[in-house]
Design a protein around this ligand. Structure first.
Ligand SMILES: *Cc1c(COP(=O)(O)O)cnc(C)c1O
Length: 494
């Protein structure tokens, strides 16, 4: 059995299902597996598998207290016709890079890869642990998680979901997607603050013992759908395994040939999943961490100092507008030799002073990573260039990654084949994408732009967008960040 421990103390050891239910450890730390398991199938075997079969082979190694039947049931409910392609995560080659399209699910962003399975993992975990309470999912979103979580949990019996988003910090289409969400068990709230305010507020609610007691009395308990939940992290490892196996199958890489992986990064969940895949045995050389102008992570990999004390920038890649990358804590813990005291001290310094400095030893354990960033202008230029040269249209987040790959190749002359995590459909960030291609589009409405993009990219308008054209707004609550607790209590009637 594989157990999970907190990144901040030694005394809590839980099974996978318990870690999924709790989200966060009692001490505020994140759950990490005691060791990263190795794949027990060869890459040749994996290359013959479907996405669902690959998911089972990867997830069974992490979620060892799930039976085969339980896990396969979760996988089959998640990766079905909600995705608009049978392969679930297709790859497109353009200008020598492989774009791993992670946006073919219900809400056309990569969050669907994990959030379509999380509700099933959670409900299964609740059953396994004899939980009687109704589960209340509390989520802070920089845009994409919110809708993907709402879509995943809407109508799932025994759950309610409350999503907080920065009122002025998401794209119009992202906001429309959320506020039109159907389902009696769904609640959406705009807060007057940025994503970090929302995330900090949610963390405080999770840690509020008084609220926990009131909730328990009323038959409720919190759980998290944020990317700190290992039920999010583990399903994300799957597509890195799957994409390598596909490259092998198609003869794009030779047996054992290493690839680089480029990930547009915000909360550090997606790239950490790639790091897990590497440690499971996938031949990955560099993990290239791409930031937008909120380049905390770039500075961190350069200097070993994580410093959130800086101006928060609103960019055209809002899902990466983050100054505290929560999942980085797992890498800090692991590169500190799984020393929870050392990690806890650094995290304490982050919460008190907004920064911390890692030791030279820790830094030398991070040489798998390379960090760089893309300015707004560079991000737009890359979208235009790629479209002009190939006709392929990428979204702003993916463009940050594509830009950083070019910088990496220029810096290092390392031309190892690269997989770029393509994290959102361009239809989700239509205005920024179309403006990048040609300034003349600026006068069009959002939905005119959608139709125009469909024409120039020669891609059908995704269902997720068609749906919201005429959908009524069902959620209009806005609150200050100080009032998040009151809003939650009101929704729950407690
Ligand atoms: C969430 C998100 C990211 C950032 O992923 P992390 O796991 O938070 O690093 C990048 N791109 C898009 C489109 C996203 O929705």
């Amino acid at each position: 059995m594989l157990f999970y421990r907190s990144t901040r103390s030694k005394d809590e050891t839980v099974k996978a299902s318990e870690a999924i239910l709790k989200g966060l450890a009692n001490d505020g730390g994140l759950f990490v597996p005691e060791a990263i398991p190795s794949l027990d199938k060869t890459l040749e075997e994996l290359s013959q598998m479907t996405y669902q079969e690959t998911a089972y082979e990867v997830m069974k190694l992490f979620l060892t207290d799930f039976t085969e039947e339980e896990l396969k049931d979760c996988i089959n409910k998640a990766y079905d016709s909600k995705f608009d392609t049978e392969v679930i995560a297709p790859m497109v080659e353009a200008e020598g890079a492989y774009y791993l399209e992670l946006f073919h699910g219900a809400t056309i962003a990569f969050k669907d890869m994990a959030l379509s399975i999380l509700p099933h993992l959670l409900i299964t975990s609740a059953k396994k642990n004899n939980v009687q309470n109704e589960i209340v999912i509390l989520t802070a979103t920089s845009g994409d998680t919110g809708k993907a979580a709402l879509a995943g949990f809407a109508g799932v019996e025994g759950t309610k979901i409350i999503v907080f988003y920065p009122k002025n910090g998401v794209s119009p289409i992202q906001e429309k997607q959320m506020v039109t969400q159907k389902g009696d068990n769904t609640f959406v709230v705009g807060i007057t603050g940025n994503f970090d305010d929302a995330q900090t507020g949610v963390k405080m609610l999770f840690g509020d013992k008084e609220l926990e007691a009131v909730m328990a009395n009323a038959g409720y308990q919190f759980s998290s759908a944020n990317s700190i939940n290992i039920g999010r992290l583990v399903p994300q490892v799957v597509y890195y395994v799957y994409s390598y196996a596909q490259l092998l199958k198609e003869g794009m890489v030779e047996k054992g040939e290493k690839i680089n992986v480029v990930v547009p990064t915000g909360n550090f969940g997606n790239i950490l999943a790639a790091y897990f895949a590497k440690n499971m045995g996938i031949p990955i050389a560099k993990l290239i961490c791409a930031s937008n102008e909120n380049k905390v992570l770039y500075d961190f990999f350069e200097t070993g100092v994580y410093d959130r004390n800086r101006e928060f920038v609103l960019t055209s890649s809002p899902s990466m507008d983050i100054l505290i990358s929560s999942n980085l804590e797992r890498l800090i813990y692991m590169t500190a030799g799984c020393d929870s005291d050392k990690n806890a001290a650094l995290m304490n310094s982050l919460s008190k002073e907004g920064k911390y400095t890692i030791t030279a030893d820790m830094k030398s354990n991070m040489t798998d990573f390379y960090g760089n960033y893309a300015s707004e202008q560079e991000t737009a230029e890359t979208i235009k260039e790629l479209y002009d040269n190939t006709g392929y249209v990428i979204d702003t987040h993916t463009s940050v990654a594509a830009t950083v790959l070019k910088k990496y190749q220029k810096d290092t002359q390392d031309m190892t084949k690269a997989v770029i995590a393509s994290t959102a459909s361009p239809f989700k960030f239509t205005r920024s994408v179309m403006n990048a291609i040609d300034a003349k589009y600026d006068s069009m409405t959002d939905f005119e732009l959608v139709d125009e993009l469909s024409k120039i990219a020669n891609v059908d308008v995704p269902n997720a967008i068609e749906e919201i054209r005429t959908a009524p707004v069902l959620h209009d609550t806005v609150c200050d960040k100080e009032d998040m607790k009151a809003v939650v209590m009101k929704f729950l009637g407690i």
